[in-house]
Design a protein around this ligand. Structure first.
Ligand code: SF4
Length: 316
């Protein structure tokens, strides 16, 4: 690991301002992804700003009837929260489908959103990777791509976004709240938070430099059956080949976000309109424009089969 300097911030605005003062800064919360990346020298921050003591650890009702989740709320606490379990079951189930108990104890809400891809070539510093070293190429496109994305990709990167929690939050219409070094706050709908790779796969979100996530807000709860169905190579501690986060109503309408297939949680509202017609019609619209590789084209059928299973669960 390369050497770095360290400071501990006491407020979110102070953390953002400190980052702006020191080039090459990174915020440290749970550290479950960042520290691994630093040990591999994929991330090499010159300065660490520990935000573990800035507050941001509350789950509170909003005046609109929704929920405000502090950026530092541990995943375990969020999944176990009474209101989340009762009103946002999809979110609790998605969180519990991810990582391990120990990791969920340390991982935070904001850190979970910002976790990096698990493309194997991203982690192998002997391989070309535009996301790790812009302009160096992409070893995955002609390489081992079974886990990688089938839609939303570019000729520069075909990595998937790996998380589960964000898939649920996408279906729940979550909004990310931030503070900039100037102290200015803003709200970013999760649907606009993740960027597609294009020619700049190293830029993964719409966050500006040194902008700090302070919370995620959820709108008032949506009734219906909440299901998170994750298909993976082993029963726990594995990333999704395909995951479906769904809220299905009695009349067959609903919301569906899909993970494991794209550089961000993939939700297409035009496809949701086709839900009452069944999984086949929905999937054809959802995956319109997909460009799978020979190794991951099985995901197209897997999305349809997973959704079929979800719709079956919702009916029974
Ligand atoms: Fe890197 Fe993306 Fe290519 Fe993977 S798919 S090697 S992350 S550029």
């Amino acid at each position: 690991m390369k050497t770095f300097t360290y400071e501990r911030a006491t407020t979110p605005a102070e953390a953002a301002a400190a980052a702006a003062r020191t080039p090459g800064s990174k915020f440290l919360a749970g550290g479950t992804n960042l520290l691994d990346l630093m040990k591999l020298e994929i991330e090499a921050p010159q300065h660490i700003i520990d935000i573990g003591k800035v507050g941001l650890d509350k789950i509170e009702p909003t005046p609109a009837g929704g929920l405000r989740i502090g950026a530092l709320v541990p995943n375990t606490d969020l999944a176990a929260h009474t209101t989340v379990r009762r009103d946002y079951g999809l979110l609790a189930r998605a969180i519990l489908a991810g990582a391990s108990g120990q990791l969920r104890n340390k991982a935070t809400t904001a850190g979970n959103l910002l976790q990096r891809t698990r493309c194997p070539y991203f982690y192998d510093t002997n391989q070309a990777c535009n996301k790790r070293v812009p302009g160096s190429g992409c070893a995955a496109i002609a390489g081992f791509s079974r886990q990688l994305a089938v839609i939303g990709t570019s000729n520069a990167c075909i990595a998937t976004y790996p998380g589960d929690m964000a898939v649920a939050m996408q279906a729940l219409d979550a909004t990310v709240e931030t503070v900039k070094p100037s102290g200015t706050k803003r709200s970013i709908p999760l649907a606009q938070f993740y960027r597609l790779p294009g020619q700049t796969p190293h830029i993964e979100t719409s966050l500006e430099t040194n902008e700090l996530i302070t919370a995620v807000t959820l709108p008032p709860p949506v009734g219906g059956v909440h299901i998170y169905h994750k298909v993976r190579d082993r029963a726990s501690y594995a990333f999704a080949l395909v995951s479906v986060g769904a809220i299905i109503q009695k009349d067959g309408t609903g919301r569906v976000a899909v993970g494991g297939i794209a550089p961000r949680p993939w939700r297409v509202e035009a496809a949701e309109k086709l839900l009452p017609s069944g999984a086949k019609a929905f999937t054809a619209q959802l995956l319109n424009g997909a460009r799978p590789t020979s190794e991951n084209k099985f995901k197209l059928a897997l999305v349809e089969a997973t959704l079929e299973s979800v719709l079956h669960q919702a009916r029974h």
